[in-house]
Design a protein around this ligand. Structure first.
Ligand SMILES: [Zn+2]
Length: 412
């Protein structure tokens, strides 16, 4: 259930869970998989997959046109007016910024209808979103305002390196990315999350007491446990570990706190605690750095090979190499996506195992997972290929099987 990004906001959501307590008998009735919701979940998943394919096709087509026509060079030459400042031979910061700006603008405008449809229309149609269109647009604007300056700075940095250190630029880029990711991960809960959500320290009470008891048993320290007003944007339940070093903390959505039983919340918190105990955030940062370095090395090979053969390029740091860099990174990202997701699934499975071992509450785990599938419209058993390619968590069906097998191995 841990997500390190804002992606979780868009991923899942759902309607209030079915009535789960038989008040008359005082016995909790088992939470059942909602068959009708599963049918909806399959439709929803298929629509989202189709939309993300279309969303990937847009940059592929634009970059393809720029690469295989003279348009990429045409754009560079048209921006000749921006070449007034060349602090380093081969590096034209203003032309780089302008070229990137045009590419970014075109792709953002072309993709906007899809972003709107998949991010606003579709989740509303399935009863998963609670935002007004104004609030949604404001979030998009905030996200853009936050990321664009960093993207421009990153592009300038890489092109400066391409001019200054044409053989080793990719190593320095990888190193800079590692440092940047570490700093950003540290700042996410204190600077970034509060821009989109209100985080409140969990008040003293049952959940906090249980969490501290779990942490004490694990001989680990919980730096903070917070609730977050997910319900302002979605009906989905979620929780996550976030932060790095002195900011690491467990964050639980109010949608989870309000609707799950204390035992169910405890196993979810134990899962998140498992991520802390296993140091999963540093592990994921290290893993993605290694993968990214591989991609940057391939870009390096491609750049040297193409620029030395095609005389229209003025050098490695020519703005017109941007579509080539984008193409290599795009294909590389797509090919390594199953690898990254596979690593994430392993880490998630270990956190599930930790939650089951440390709480021993298999029934609560099973009912929490079932509730999540119902509420968040999560497909229980997606096609194996889809799960292999796209899932960063094991499917809920697999997590249920895992819990039942655990129970069989550890009879009470
Ligand atoms: Zn997790």
């Amino acid at each position: 259930m841990a997500d390190w990004s804002f992606a979780f906001v868009r991923r899942f959501a759902g309607e209030p869970p079915p009535h789960t307590r038989d008040q008359a008998a005082g016995e909790p009735a088992p939470v059942m998989v909602d068959v009708a919701r599963q049918r909806q979940a399959r439709h929803y998943a298929r629509q989202r997959q189709r939309l993300s394919l279309m969303s990937m096709a847009i940059p592929a087509v634009v970059i393809g046109i720029l690469l295989f026509s003279q348009l990429g060079f045409g754009l560079r030459d048209a921006l000749v007016g921006t070449v007034g400042w060349t602090p380093l031979v081969g590096w034209e910061p203003l032309r780089i910024a302008a070229y990137f700006g045009v590419l970014f603008g075109v792709l953002t405008i072309l993709d906007f209808p899809l972003t709107y449809y998949s991010g606003f229309i579709l989740p509303h149609r399935y009863g998963l979103a609670t935002q007004t269109v104004g609030a949604w647009l404001l979030d998009q604007a905030k996200g853009l305002a936050l990321t664009l300056p960093f993207e421009v700075a990153a592009v300038e940095f890489v092109y400066w390196l391409l001019a200054a250190a044409p053989e080793t630029w990719w190593l320095w880029t990888g190193l800079a990315l590692l440092i940047f990711t570490a700093v950003l991960s540290n700042l996410v809960p204190v600077l970034l999350l509060p821009i989109f959500y209100t985080l409140t320290p969990l008040p003293d009470g049952d959940v906090k007491r249980r969490t501290l008891a779990l942490a004490a048993r694990a001989r680990t320290r919980v730096r903070g446990i917070y609730s977050m007003n997910l319900s302002a944007k979605t009906t989905a339940a979620n929780a996550m570990v976030t932060g790095l070093g002195n900011t690491r903390r467990i964050v639980i959505g109010d949608t989870l706190l309000d609707r799950y039983t204390p035992d169910e919340i405890e196993v979810v918190v134990a899962h998140e605690l498992g991520h802390q105990v296993h140091h999963d955030i540093p592990k994921l940062i290290a893993f993605s750095t290694v993968v990214t370095l591989g991609g940057l090395f391939l870009v390096n090979l491609a750049l040297h090979a193409v620029v030395s053969r095609v005389t229209l390029y003025t050098g490695l740091a020519d703005a017109a190499t941007m579509p080539l860099v984008g193409a290599v990174l795009g294909v590389f990202g797509l090919v390594t996506l199953p690898l990254t997701n596979g690593f994430s699934r392993v880490v998630e499975r270990q956190a599930d195992a930790y939650a089951l071992e440390t709480t021993g509450k298999v029934e609560a785990f099973i009912s929490a997972m079932t509730r999540l599938a119902n509420q968040n419209l999560a497909e229980l058993d997606p096609a194996p290929l889809i799960e292999f390619l796209l899932y960063n968590h094991p499917s809920i069906g697999k997590r249920l099987v895992f819990a039942r097998r655990y129970a069989a191995r550890h009879p009470r």
